[in-house]
Design a protein around this ligand. Structure first.
Ligand code: PEP
Length: 250
């Protein structure tokens, strides 16, 4: 069985002191088995988050973005080996804000996922369709295209997570229904099975992201096709993120 993952993407929020305060107040109480908890702080707050991290192997930190090269003259960037050396375990690749605000292509996202894997980080590949693509009935085609770009450079040995994040649901208060999200997750898992075989595909955790909050998390996480959630806005508050973590099925 796939262990649930509750991931928080802090984006460009939470300075070092806020990161410390967050972990000081983050106290989920689980009745059953605990999910894996991932936080993606801003790079400048990574060390503060790490110093304040609860002493629990299930709580880990990732980076929101990496450059595909391991080092070089790329002012303002950070590399996967640097992130790994600093203690990160995961890296987002292809988040919709990177794709749509910073013009990153499917190939860029795939190159970052590959670079993360090469450095020993688990890439969390984000895929998702825009509202126009959804209205045009192209959601499945778009997410498969984004996944295929990554599958072209990743091998089945790589530990990878996928996050299905419809662009129209990110930061909008609109959430995909559990059945819509499950449908998309099914498409992605079938494509993974075609590429890597059913047994390997069955082990890949596929998260849903897009306006997840403490009120809708349990409903989404109850679906057997939804292995976890990637949370933006509602991950900034320790109580709200703890309630989402508590909603994960054992
Ligand atoms: C995200 O940024 O990955 C995200 C899902 O944001 P939000 O939860 O705020 O929609």
């Amino acid at each position: 069985m796939r262990k649930p993952v509750i991931a928080g993407n802090w984006k460009m929020h939470h300075a070092p002191e806020d990161a410390r305060r967050f972990f000081g107040a983050f106290r989920p109480s689980w009745s059953g088995a605990q999910p894996d908890i991932l936080i993606f702080p801003a790079a400048i707050s990574f060390a503060a988050a790490q110093a304040a991290l609860p002493d629990h192997p299930r709580v880990q930190l990732g980076v929101q973005n990496i450059h595909p090269e391991p080092h070089g003259a790329f002012t303002g960037e950070l590399s996967a080996p640097m992130a790994r050396a600093a203690g990160a375990t995961h890296a987002l690749a292809g988040h919709s804000e990177r794709r749509h605000l910073f013009g990153e292509s499917d190939r860029d996202a795939a190159a970052k996922a590959r670079a993360a894997a090469d450095a020993g980080l688990v890439p969390v590949l984000c895929v998702g369709e825009t509202l126009d693509e959804r209205k045009a009935g192209r959601a499945g085609e778009v997410i498969v295209r984004q996944l295929d770009a990554a599958l072209a450079v990743l091998t089945p040995e790589v530990d990878v997570m996928i996050a299905y994040e419809p662009v129209w649901a990110i930061g909008t208060g609109e959430t995909a229904t559990p059945s819509d999200a499950s449908g998309a997750h099914g498409i992605l898992r079938r494509r993974l099975a075609e590429a890597w075989g059913g047994e390997r595909a069955a082990r890949v955790r596929i998260l849903y992201g897009g306006s997840v909050n403490p009120r809708n998390a349990a409903r989404l996480l109850a679906s057997p096709d939804i292995d976890g959630v990637l949370v933006g806005g509602a991950s900034l508050d320790p109580d709200s993120f703890a309630r989402i973590a508590e909603a994960a099925r054992p």
